[in-house]
Ligand binder design. Structure first.
Ligand SMILES: NC(=O)c1ccc[n+]([C@@H]2O[C@H](COP(=O)([O-])OP(=O)(O)OC[C@H]3O[C@@H](n4cnc5c(N)ncnc54)[C@H](O)[C@@H]3O)[C@@H](O)[C@H]2O)c1
Length: 263
């Protein structure tokens, strides 16, 4: 039986994270070839170890905020013989990442321009640079799809009280960049349509990653289905967007948030 992603060569940024690593596993199971990229470090190493020896998996170091690296990345992949037809702008500076790095979450009044701009650089300028390089190296040469990753906190504000007393918060630059990325989607959708490329946004809801029972309860009250998502539940929608079955979708924002955005 043909698998859902047979014939797809999927390029993904930030692939070693909670969701990225789930996407990679599920994509490989569904017959895709996966070009995984991430910053060097423990996430990247764990991902490479998990898929070592799988001929459908390749890994490249990539900092999406580094213009020189982004300019070269598809040329390197093409020179190695694979032609990506799906690209995922998944990398982001997230609360999980800041927490893992031991970074405090300052109040809004104490947020530095440097931290705000660092988030813009990765989450928004990085996504723009990857899309621009896709335009240069892929779009128009073969049918292709770009999927930008937003968040339930893109077009809805964060519910600040649920973070009271928690070791992490939602930070302003995050929501700003996640709102902005859908602007890139709708701008590019019409621009690329004549050249046979689609662009969509996925907006995941709150994904469970060892959060406390108290946090799960608080966030659950904001969600129609009354619970956080499992990474595989976000992957189910992501795999569809990566598949040929999504070929007539472009310029869309797909919420996978248990009903958070629909109250
Ligand atoms: N987990 C959630 O609850 C949730 C909810 C909504 C949206 N999202 C979005 O889904 C995507 C994946 O989230 P996640 O939960 O896996 O996050 P994560 O923090 O576990 O992973 C993010 C990944 O991005 C990488 N990254 C950070 N800066 C980078 C850079 N400059 N260049 C390349 N890679 C870089 C990190 O190394 C990491 O592997 C993100 O865009 C995130 O904003 C996540």
């Amino acid at each position: 039986m043909t698998k859902q992603l047979t014939g797809r060569t999927i390029f993904i940024t930030g692939s070693g994270g909670v969701l990225g690593s789930t996407y990679v596993r599920r994509m490989l199971e569904q017959g895709a070839r996966v070009v995984a990229t991430d910053l060097p470090g423990h996430r990247a190493e764990a991902l490479q170890a998990a898929h070592a020896g799988n001929e459908a998996f390749r890994f490249y170091d990539l900092d999406v905020g580094d213009e020189a690296q982004v300019t070269e990345i598809f040329k390197r992949v093409l020179a190695d013989g694979w032609e990506p037809n799906v690209v995922l702008n998944n990398a982001a500076i997230t609360g999980e990442m800041l927490m893992g790095a031991g970074k405090p979450f300052p109040d809004f009044a104490d947020t530095s321009v440097a931290d705000f701009e660092r988030t813009l650089r990765t989450n928004l300028t990085g996504a723009f640079m990857v899309a621009r390089q896709m335009d240069r190296d892929i779009v128009g040469r073969w049918p292709a799809a770009l999927i930008n990753v937003a968040s339930m906190y893109a077009l809805n504000g964060a519910h600040h009280p649920i973070y009271d007393g928690m070791p992490f918060k939602n930070f302003s630059a995050y929501g700003v960049t996640k709102a902005g990325i859908h602007g890139l989607t709708v701008w590019l959708a019409g621009y690329w349509a004549p050249r046979g490329a689609t662009v969509n946004t996925i907006a995941p809801g709150a994904v469970f990653n060892n959060h406390s029972e108290e946090f799960q309860r608080r966030v659950g009250e904001l969600i129609m289905l009354n619970r956080m998502a499992k990474p595989d539940e976000i992957a189910d929608a992501m795999l569809f967007l990566c598949s040929a079955g999504a070929g007539y979708m472009t310029g869309q924002l797909v919420n996978v948030d248990g009903g958070f955005s629909a109250w």
